[in-house]
Design a protein around this ligand. Structure first.
Ligand code: ATP
Ligand code: MG
Length: 633
């Protein structure tokens, strides 16, 4: 079963470390796969190998990606490459004049009828990728026990068959023409072996980028940096230190022994297979300072104006690069990182302008923070210090949204779901939709029940009731005696679905839900004080109660504020705003974006409320979703 690391445990462990360097080493220990997780992966690979050998004599199942490249984390996907080269040779020769003899020479395997029947339907040398993938999917569905949700995705840049392992919830991919990935996996591995600072630095930056919603979408796709691209960026940074921490690929090529020369898909993939030929680096920078330097360097880097080359270990200026043969083919974008082997491939070509800008912006913020004492020194007062504050989730700047409003992002990773319900959700046919609905129900609950706002759908239409987990009915809003004719006289708070998704949605179709809200009381002010008062008045085991029923406690806090304000409120609400929730922009982006637009002329007051919501809403949504999930079990 997947081992989970809660954000609370992470913060606790990091705060206890002695300095930033040990925080970074701790991070690796906390995130990396445990022995039992590795064993499970190994067993699965063996099982796949056995089953596939039955159908594809001579084939090999080879793991690549984060399960084996040294940057594994709990629950990372299992990337597998099905190598059918030998099977093709076998099939071709079996069909030829010496067929019978070839069959004998192919060694163990091809002696049952099953592979005859499956291979007799298809000629592997001429079959299209989708045809082979369908066959692989069929074998997975029918013959591999404990595997489900098998789906061929032939249209991806790297076509794959996706699957899920039932007992562990492990998600995996099988690809059939991805030999370059084996090479780059081995290259990343070599880098981790070459210098022990590589792993901690990459783990820290991967987690930072994930927290800032810049990278690490668990389902791939979308405009975020993927983990591979981000890792290459870190390796490049280490190549460019003075003296360098890592050699360039051109230098590695020089060190390659004759036996290790390799050309894959026409690209030179030669580098030494182990570190024995490498000189240890003479660079002595600490992890703490390398991380700070990473932010400083990339905070000012011109990503759009050059191409990051790990082969040469420098940023290539665009004009001359574009004249080269590979330069003419590379897809340029706001973020350009050249694959170290497939030189015409920009591994960050999917990154859009907004994310590229935000990456830079976040690097600058990171650099600024790293100059502070809070970063460099352990807090003696138990405050968050070092990496902990870097890892606090980031929210895009208001400016990035244009004039429409302010944004709060609710990531998928916030889920306080039990492994069981998380697995259920992952298996849902339309995962994004399912998660989005949960978040929307939670937002409705928090706005209406916890914060006692009145909300309706757009244009003042009274809305039909949508049952929520809490059964939220048409209860009167506590402390509100105001007629709200302008809101259709209804207190119902079901979000209005603007563009409901039809059956078989078009991928670019947007999903959005909006609320029109009025706030009648300063429910965002003095909550901490009231919480403390309630605790004094409260039950004999305040802590347990508080933990279990935090949503209820927050409701009571709002009620108390409303009571204290009493009659001082006017007949107009303090604030009006609309909130619009959207599924993240990438096709498989799992975040929910909540955009808030204040009514006219209430700028400053709304700013206060919004700043409060930034912290409060994601936390409450997490509680609500977690509780709803536990309630169902
Ligand atoms: P994680 O799964 O934890 O995000 P990963 O390294 O396994 O990390 P995947 O997205 O699963 O990342 O990709 C698996 C492997 O496929 C990578 O390690 C890399 O070898 C290759 N790969 C992924 N993305 C790209 C890309 N954009 N260009 C070239 N190769 C890629
Ligand atoms: Mg992976």
């Amino acid at each position: 079963h997947r081992e989970q690391l809660s954000p609370e445990k992470l913060v606790q462990a990091l705060c206890q470390a002695d300095d930033v360097d040990s925080q970074m080493s701790q991070l690796v220990q906390l995130f990396e796969l445990s022995e039992s997780e590795r064993r499970l992966r190994h067993l699965l690979v063996t099982l796949f190998q056995e089953v596939f050998s039955e159908f594809f004599p001579g084939c090999a199942i080879l793991p690549f990606g984060s399960s084996v490249n040294g940057f594994d984390i709990h629950g990372c996907d299992l990337d597998l490459f099905l190598d059918l080269e030998k099977t093709k040779t076998f099939q071709a020769s079996a069909k030829g004049p010496q067929g019978a003899q070839a069959e004998e020479e192919a060694g163990p395997g091809p002696d049952s009828d099953s592979e005859d029947s499956i291979l007799s339907d298809i000629d592997l040398t001429t079959a299209t990728v989708p045809e082979v993938l369908e066959l692989v999917a069929a074998v997975l569905r029918k013959c591999v026990p404990g595997v489900h949700s098998v789906q061929a995705v032939p249209s991806a840049r790297r076509p794959v068959v996706k699957f899920c392992h039932k007992d562990s919830g492990l998600l995996g991919d099988i690809s059939i023409n991805n030999r370059l990935a084996l090479c780059n996996t081995r290259f990343l591995q070599l880098c981790t072996e070459a210098d022990e600072r590589v792993r901690p630095l990459v783990y820290a930056l991967r987690y930072w980028a994930k927290q800032q919603a810049l990278a690490g979408n668990p389902f791939g796709g979308g405009p975020l940096l993927n983990n591979y691209a981000l890792t290459l960026l870190v390796l490049f940074f280490l190549q460019t230190r003075s003296p360098p921490v890592l050699p360039t690929l051109a230098q590695l090529r020089e060190l390659t022994g004759d036996g290790d020369q390799a050309i894959v898909d026409g690209w030179d993939c030669s580098f030494p297979q182990d570190t024995s030929r490498l000189e240890p680096s003479t660079n002595t920078e600490s992890l703490c300072s390398l991380l700070a330097e990473f932010f400083r360097v990339f905070g000012d880097h011109d990503f759009a104006g050059c191409v990051i080359s790990l082969k040469e270990g420098r940023a290539l200026p665009l004009p001359s690069f574009l004249l080269s043969e590979v330069g003419a083919k590379l897809k340029l974008g706001p973020f350009n990182v050249q694959d170290p082997f497939e030189l015409s491939h920009n591994v960050a070509a999917n990154v859009n302008e907004k994310i590229a800008l935000r990456f830079q912006h976040c690097c600058r913020d990171g650099a600024k923070y790293c100059r502070s004492l809070q970063y460099q020194r352990k807090s003696s007062k138990g405050k968050a210090w070092g990496l902990v504050r870097l890892f606090q989730p980031g929210v895009p700047e208001a400016g990035e949204l244009g004039p429409d409003g302010l944004l709060i992002t609710i990531p998928f990773t916030l889920m306080a779901l039990s492994p069981g319900s998380r697995q259920q959700l992952c298996q849902a046919r339309d995962f994004r939709r399912c998660w989005f609905d949960k978040v929307c129900a939670a937002v409705t609950f928090v706005l209406k029940d916890v914060l006692k706002c009145s909300c309706t759908g757009p244009a003042g239409e009274p809305l039909g009731q949508e049952p929520t987990e809490q059964g939220g009915g048409e209860q009167p809003i506590v402390g509100s005696k105001h007629p709200r004719s302008d809101e259709g006289g209804s207190l119902a708070v079901s979000p209005a679905k603007k563009k409901p998704r039809a059956e078989g949605p078009a991928p670019e179709e947007e999903e959005s839900v909006s609320w029109s809200c009025a706030v009648w009381h300063r429910v965002w002010m003095g909550r901490r004080r009231i919480r403390r008062q309630l605790r004094h008045l409260g039950s004999p085991q305040p802590d347990a109660e508080q933990e279990a029923g935090s949503l209820e406690v927050e409701e009571k806090v709002s009620e108390a504020i409303i009571q204290q304000e009493g009659d001082s409120m006017g007949s107009e609400p303090l604030l009006r705003f609309t909130a619009c929730a959207q599924v993240g922009s990438g096709q498989e982006d799992t975040r929910t974006l909540l955009c808030f637009t204040p009514g006219p002329q209430q700028g400053l007051l709304f700013q206060d409320f919004y700043h409060f919501l930034q912290g409060f809403l994601p936390r409450m949504v997490e509680r609500y979703v977690g509780r709803a999930a536990r309630g169902r079990q």
